[in-house]
Design a protein around this ligand. Structure first.
Ligand code: BES
Ligand code: MN
Ligand code: ZN
Length: 500
């Protein structure tokens, strides 16, 4: 989809030929003399239209307007959130029409600015997304062009561009998360990453089973050993900052399908475990957005990718494996596999002497119970990092909520046969999973996002949400002007980490 930003006067908006004109109406409307302003004023006065977010009034070929359809869309208080609701409602109303070219007017908004433009573009792209990869007769994407009209270019341009960059990252994340597991194997994910490597500023390296064995990633390899599909460890680099500048490392859980392994999951809704690489998809999407926006910072993306399958060679409950950190793990439940692949990626992350490490994972059903589909779970022992991620979530309307990490939560991870078990009972399951990961991040400025409830929707609207690409991108852009802390002086070695 093509987005364009323009300044248009009310008269020009009326005269612009397009299939649909969406007019966002918030707060008090200036009673202009053009046809659209008159329509708004009349409809508000008559009580046939309210500017509450999500309310719509439509007209077909009204006099004095060149657009085929006009949709007045209530945008409430004009906040980014209300604008998202308004644009979403208007786009849904246009879904079954033939509209190819849409004019989206933000001119009547009282405080139109960067946030407004970004929210409008993003909501538009989000609502227009269509999955088609594995359909024999894909539905046609009718909407081709969106012209965003504003009253001041200077006040909107940066937000508009951010929205366009973010939209392309979000679409990529959705695409890969939505693909069925047989169309999104670890090898295919690695190819998707390699394709990103063709974009400016991005380099990609892919490790296979041999290299991963050489690194000693015994925990990651243990999960992969039950599958015919070979594992991949994907390393992406976006170099936009100075060479000496410490990078942010993003780690995405890339379980391309989670059967549970020998601790097999029930059949109902198991198809949704194709989304268990939602964290990986969000890392790919974020890199796509970085390539579009070219911010001045360095970012590393790490994606351990494999399937979790039951098999003659699969790990069994009770098996003990040695992680790359040297710490041993008793695998009490093969369905707690996400933490087993992430822990080795966390150990690997230390080599980048990162300014921060954020892992993103569809990690626990318990997080879905705790926070539902509204907020992702945020875990970090670093207040500054937790604060930065929380506020990035608020700003980008991609919310998260900080959860505790008291050491008492780690009690249940004790094992008689290894340094730790991989599960700790049902109580506080999202937190105990985070405590497990924390054992591999003791020397890192680390945060963990559990996106099990937010990465996809179930039911009739089943599909990826692309979250938390907006949060991650906002967090990264917020880092551009923040001086990085000096990198930790000593690189934690495998042995040292094992003893702590
Ligand atoms: N991928 C799942 C988590 C999940 C479950 C995400 C439901 C979204 C919806 C993860 O690998 C898993 O199976 N976790 C187990 C952990 C348990 C065995 C301690 C879970 O949550 O049940
Ligand atoms: Mn699992
Ligand atoms: Zn999983």
């Amino acid at each position: 989809m093509d987005f364009e930003l323009k300044t248009l006067t009310p008269a020009r908006i009326c005269a612009e030929k397009c299939d649909a004109l969406i007019v966002l109406v918030a707060g008090e409307m200036n009673a202009g003399t053009d046809a659209v302003s008159k329509m708004v004023t009349l409809a508000l006065k008559a009580g046939d239209f309210e500017n509450k977010a999500g309310k719509l009034l439509s007209a077909y070929r009204p006099e004095g307007v060149a657009a085929t359809r006009v949709l007045l869309a209530g945008a409430g208080d004009g906040s980014a959130k209300s604008i998202r609701t308004a644009v979403h409602a208007a786009m849904v109303a246009l879904k079954n029409t033939n509209a190819r070219r849409v004019l989206l007017s933000l001119c009547a908004l009282p405080q139109a600015g960067q946030e407004t433009a970004r929210a409008a573009v993003l909501a538009c792209a989000d609502a227009a997304y269509l999955y088609s990869t594995t359909k024999s007769k894909p539905a046609e994407q009718k909407l081709r062009q969106v012209l965003v009209a504003v009253s001041s270019l200077a006040a909107s341009r940066a937000g508009f561009e951010k929205g366009v960059g973010l939209a392309s990252g979000l679409a990529l994340a959705k695409e890969w998360a939505n693909r069925p597991a047989n169309h999104a194997t670890p090898t295919m994910l690695a190819q998707a990453a390699r394709d990103l490597g063709k974009l400016p500023g991005i380099k990609v390296e892919v490790l296979g089973p041999k290299e991963v064995a050489k690194l000693g990633m015994g925990s990651f390899m243990a999960v992969a050993q039950g599958s015919e599909e070979p594992l991949r460890f994907i390393v992406l680099r976006y170099d936009g900052g100075a060479k000496t500048e410490a990078p942010v490392v993003l780690i995405g859980k890339g379980i391309t399908f989670d059967t549970g392994g020998i601790s097999i999951k029930p059949a109902a809704e198991m198809d949704e475990m194709k989304y268990d690489m939602g964290g990986a998809a969000s890392v790919l999407g974020t890199f796509r957005a970085l390539a579009e926006l070219q911010p001045a910072l360095n970012v590393v993306g790490l994606i351990p990718a494999c399937e979790n399958m039951p098999d003659g060679r699969a790990i069994k409950p009770g098996d003990v494996v040695t992680s790359m950190s040297g710490q041993t793990i008793e695998i009490l439940n093969t369905d707690a596999e996400g933490r087993l692949i992430l822990c080795d990626a966390l150990t690997y992350a230390a080599r980048f002497k990162p300014r921060s490490v954020v892992d993103i994972a569809t990690l626990t059903g318990a997080c879905v119970i705790a926070l539902g589909a509204v907020r992702s779970g945020l875990f970090s022992a670093r207040d500054d990092l937790a604060q930065a991620l929380s506020s990035a979530g608020e700003k980008s309307l991609d919310l998260c909520w900080r959860m505790p990490l008291d050491d008492e939560y780690a009690e249940g991870l004790k094992s008689n046969f290894a340094d730790m078990g991989n599960v700790a009972g049902r109580a506080g399951g999202a937190i105990t999973a985070a405590k497990f990961l924390q054992k591999f991040a003791t020397e890192l400025p680390w945060a963990h996002l559990d996106i099990a409830g937010t990465a996809w929707k179930s039911g009739v609207a089943k599909g990826s949400t692309g979250r938390p690409v907006p949060l991650l991108l906002q967090y990264l852009l917020d880092q551009v002007d923040v001086p990085a802390e000096a990198p930790p002086s000593a690189k934690p070695t495998a042995r040292r980490a094992a003893k702590t």
